[in-house]
Design a protein. Sequence first.
Length: 269
Amino acid sequence: MLSIKHETVYRYSTPVGYSIQQLRVSPRLEPRQRVVSWQIATPGNRHAFIDAYGNSSQMLTITTPHDEVRIVASGLVEVSAPDRGRMPDHALLSPLAFTVSTRLTELSDPVKDFARRHLQRGAVTRQLLDLTEAIRGAVAYQTGATAVTTTAEDALALGMGVCQDHAHLFLACCHTVGIPARYVSGYIDAGDADHGASHAWVDAWVDEVDYSGWISLDVTHACLQDDGYCRLAVGRDYESAAPVRGVRRGGSDESLAVNVEISRSPARA
């Protein structure tokens, strides 16, 4: 059982007249995780919906002047480790929807060359895990080295990045050889690791002798998803799976503070 608290605070140097944010801060409804309790606290008005990728989403609008937006999501989620990373998915969306590259996962020549060296068409779980190791070797984890606008090619050239850069490069490599792969945003209880809490990883489609479907891999840690992960959203890249993303009118300078707390709680009967 994971106990999670995720606080996001935007502050503005002058009042904002209007803001709208799409929130993906509620755990997905999936076979391997069960929401025991979950609360979201925000100002303004919220409208709940399920987006095109099957994510539990809310549209937050604030129409009165404000110089701060505080979003707090918290609760308990019971999770279980998928067998060999395998993630049964009952979504109606075809896996082929996740073979399309985006601005962040563009198939540039350097990315194609990297994929050719480290991935074969029709890859299986072992080959995909080898790809995660290759990405970790090529893009060292370094907090603050990149931004949410950094592309897979940029991170590869820089040789540094964070979990979302690892995920984007993995997706781009898979798309190079036609393997469906999607971005996952969520939380991880990583113990004493430097890069835990709010996290990004990937799902990739495999066709093996005894299984055809999604497997979930953490590129940053070069491992399969286990019971330390809570899944919030899937998408084609960060932009379609980000926990909080939106626009505003006014406000001048903006500052952002994010705090995520995750701990293990005893399972409830």
